[in-house]
Design a protein around this ligand. Structure first.
Ligand code: GLU
Length: 350
């Protein structure tokens, strides 16, 4: 409100009302926050409303190219938001866990940036969207292993191969610890999913070998693919994922455990890759609709990060043709909109 208008209202109150001063004092009390701002009530309401709106959606289909994923209950539907002050909001199924799958790519990339600096990702992998499917071999071949990114399989396996550790066990230990630190609790492996994918991942092995042929694989390709397959099988629920996203939203400090996991510098370089390539071939559509960095996995989870404010995660296994959880997309989009946190939604200064 302009100063002149405020003054005019003040004068009116004094003139019209005999108890002008008392009324003026009352008007100066802090106003109730407008709907749509980030109050606890507004956040819980946004979760509750999205849940009611989308709980009966039956679109999409579980991934089945990893056999074990086809057996996951398609009705799992859990939503969680964790704010940067560590408050946790939930709705729906928080007990069921799924395999993290591609969402792990974010945290392994962050580990590599933390250990070796942002330049290594640019120089040894790339940060450009491939415009092709997440496990495209053509994408590697076209650019001779260059200009990919850590969020598609070739870049992710390369990223795994870069994690510090003299042998396979040390690299895996570091990756599992990183994921656990981001989640704020010790995470474990979904054994059946790991065995199911490990027994059937010739395509990822082929990608790793092709990268090696182009000098863009930085550890034994068979072992790097195996560690990558394990990291994809880490078991998480919606709250775990939301805490992980919130740690990114909070500049690398886990807002629940208060432990520093990575530096703000690492987060600064991790989020833009999520914004460009987080949702497979639909990354552009996602950013257009929400304005926030996100990452999906074929296990049915999606995380999104509203920098400085909160992390959000939804789990619902049925996927769209592009490989993203249908209900998670609907849910997160609706919540971002309801809370008015799209960073490109700018209120002009008058
Ligand atoms: N482990 C899966 C794969 O490599 C991850 C895919 C995904 O979630 O996009 O194929």
């Amino acid at each position: 409100m302009r100063l002149s208008r405020i003054l005019a209202i003040f004068v009116c109150i004094l003139v019209i009302s005999p108890a002008g001063f008392a009324q003026k004092k009352k008007a100066a009390a802090p106003a109730a926050p407008a709907e749509g701002t980030l109050t606890p009530a507004a956040i819980q309401k946004a979760l509750d409303e999205a849940y009611e709106k989308f709980k009966d959606v039956k679109e999409g289909k579980n991934a089945d190219y990893i056999k074990e994923l086809a057996r996951v209950d398609p009705n799992i539907y859990g939503i969680a938001i964790v704010t940067t002050d560590g408050t946790i909001y939930t709705k729906g199924d928080l007990q069921s866990a799924v395999s993290i799958q591609s969402i792990s790519k974010v945290f392994t990339m962050a580990r590599v940036i933390e250990e070796q600096g942002p330049r290594v990702i640019m120089d040894k992998i790339g940060v450009d969207a491939t415009g092709m499917r997440f496990n495209s071999i053509v994408a590697v071949e076209l650019q001779k292993g260059k200009e990919i990114n850590p969020l598609v399989n070739p870049g992710a396996i390369a990223s795994t191969s870069l994690v510090n550790g003299s042998d396979s066990a040390a690299k895996w230990k570091s990756i599992l610890q990183t994921h656990s630190d981001f989640a704020g609790r010790q995470l474990g492996l979904d054994g059946p999913v790991y065995i199911s994918e490990a027994g059937d991942n010739l395509r990822n092995q082929a990608i790793a070998h092709l990268l090696l042929a182009y000098g863009r694989m930085y550890f034994d390709p068979v072992q790097a693919t195996d560690i990558y397959t394990k990291q994809c099988a880490i078991s998480v629920n919606a709250k775990d994922l939301a805490v992980m996203a919130a740690t990114l939203a909070n500049g690398g400090v886990n807002p629940v455990t208060k432990k520093k996991i990575v530096s703000p510098e690492t987060v600064k370089y991790t989020l833009p890759v999520m914004a460009t390539a987080g949702l497979y071939d639909d990354s552009g559509q996602w950013l257009y609709a929400t304005g926030v960095p996100a990452k999906s996995g074929v296990g049915g989870g999606i995380i999104a990060v509203v920098p400085g404010k909160f992390g959000i995660a939804v789990i619902s296994p049925p996927l769209s043709p592009a490989g993203n959880s249908v209900k998670a997309i609907y849910t997160i989009r609706a919540i971002i909109e309801a809370l008015g946190v799209n960073p490109y939604q700018i209120t002009p200064k008058q």
